[in-house]
Design a protein around this ligand. Structure first.
Ligand code: SF4
Length: 307
C-alpha cells in the first residue's frame, strides 16, 4: 500500500507530493511512520478505559492542524514535530508492550496521514498475537477511500466532529471543506461499524462558538441517533505562547449548561458527557516520558526510547 505515498492524495489536502522520496505535504511527514509516545491512558470514555486503560499510540504529524491542538508538540510545526521513526517491527513491539501492560485496546491517535503504514502495522501486530480491539481516534478529515483501507484493522471508530461551519473550519484548521469531508467520513464509519457501540463521535465545545455545537448536535440527532454514541467534551484549553488565533479562555458553566440542555432538546441520550474542565490538566507535554499526569496515564514508550 505504500505506493499511495508516491503522489500523495491520501487525504483531502491532495498535496501530490512524493513522500517515498522524502517530500512532505501539509501533514509534514514523509512515508516513514513516526510516533511521539505510547501510554496506558485513563482519560478516554469509560468503556474504552475499562480496568486496564487504553493503549494509546500518538502518531507524529497531522493532516488537519487545529490552531488549538493540545498535542501540537507532536502534530504541528514547520520543522520540529516531536517523534521518532519506527520500523514495522518496532510498531508491533509497541503494540505488544501496551497489551502486556494490560491495555484494553490499541488506540491510534491522529494517524490519518499514515493510514497505509498503520493498516499494515496493525495487521502485523495482530498476526503476532495482539488480539485486543483497535480504536481509530481521528479528526475525521479523511476520505472514504482511505477509510476503506482500515476496515479490516479497526474495531471501534472515535472520530471528532469539530464543527459543521465552514468559516470556523477555515479559521481554525485552514480546511473550509472540513464539514462536508468529516460528515461523509463519519457516515462511512457508521456504515462500516454497523453498531452504535463501535462508533463514538466526539465533539469539543469551543468557547464562544455555541451555535457551532448546536449545529453538530442537530446533525447527530438527524444522522446518528441509534447508530453511534456522542461524546461531549469540555476540555478546550487555550494554548499559551502559540501564534495562531484561537479562543483564549475555557468554556463557562453557563455555556456547558446550555449545550447540555440542547442534548435534551434533540433527544440525544446515548453517550458520554465530560465534566466541566476549567484548568490545564489535560494539556500534555510530550517532552516528558509521561506526557500526562500520573493519574491520567502510565508511560510505555517515548520517542527518546531506544527500542
Ligand atoms: S496525507 Fe499529508 S501529504 Fe498526503 S495529501 Fe494529506 S496532508 Fe498531503
Amino acid at each position: 500500500m505504500t505506493h499511495l505515498y508516491s503522489s500523495c492524495t491520501l487525504c483531502p489536502r491532495n498535496c501530490n507530493v512524493n513522500r517515498l522520496t522524502g517530500e512532505t505535504g501539509f501533514c509534514g511527514e514523509t512515508a516513514a511512520l513516526r510516533i511521539g509516545a505510547a501510554v496506558i491512558h485513563r482519560g478516554e470514555e469509560p468503556p474504552l478505559v475499562g480496568t486496564g486503560g487504553s493503549g494509546t499510540i500518538f502518531i507524529s504529524g497531522c493532516n488537519l492542524g487545529c490552531a488549538f491542538c493540545q498535542n501540537y508538540q507532536i502534530s504541528q510545526g514547520e520543522k520540529e514535530r516531536l517523534g521518532r521513526t519506527v520500523t514495522a517491527e518496532e510498531f508491533t513491539k509497541i503494540c505488544k508492550a501496551l497489551r502486556d501492560k494490560g491495555a484494553e485496546n490499541i488506540n491510534i491517535v491522529t494517524g490519518s496521514h499514515a493510514i497505509p503504514t498503520i493498516a499494515e502495522g496493525l495487521a502485523a501486530a495482530k498476526n503476532a498475537g495482539v488480539q485486543i480491539p483497535v480504536l481509530w481516534n481521528s479528526s475525521a478529515y479523511e476520505t472514504t477511500e482511505a477509510l476503506e483501507l482500515l476496515k479490516d484493522s479497526v474495531d471501534i471508530y472515535l472520530p471528532d466532529l469539530k464543527t459543521l461551519d465552514s468559516e470556523i473550519a477555515d479559521k481554525f484548521f485552514n480546511a473550509p471543506d472540513y464539514p462536508q469531508t468529516a460528515s461523509s467520513a463519519i457516515l462511512k464509519m457508521i456504515e462500516t461499524a454497523n453498531t452504535k457501540e463501535k462508533v463514538i463521535i466526539r465533539h469539543l465545545i469551543l468557547p464562544g462558538f455555541l451555535e457551532s455545537s448546536r449545529t453538530v448536535l442537530r446533525w447527530f440527532a438527524e444522522n446518528a441517533v441509534g447508530r453511534a454514541q456522542l461524546s461531549l467534551m469540555t476540555q478546550y484549553t487555550p494554548i499559551p505562547n502559540r501564534k495562531r488565533p484561537m479562543p483564549n479562555r475555557f468554556i463557562t458553566e453557563d455555556e456547558y449548561e446550555k449545550v447540555l440542555g440542547w442534548l435534551e432538546e434533540f433527544g440525544i441520550e446515548d453517550g458520554f458527557c465530560q465534566e466541566l474542565v476549567t484548568g490545564s490538566e489535560w494539556l500534555p507535554d510530550f517532552n516528558k516520558q509521561n506526557p500526562f499526569s500520573s493519574e491520567l496515564s502510565v508511560p510505555v514508550w517515548h520517542f527518546t526510547s531506544q527500542t
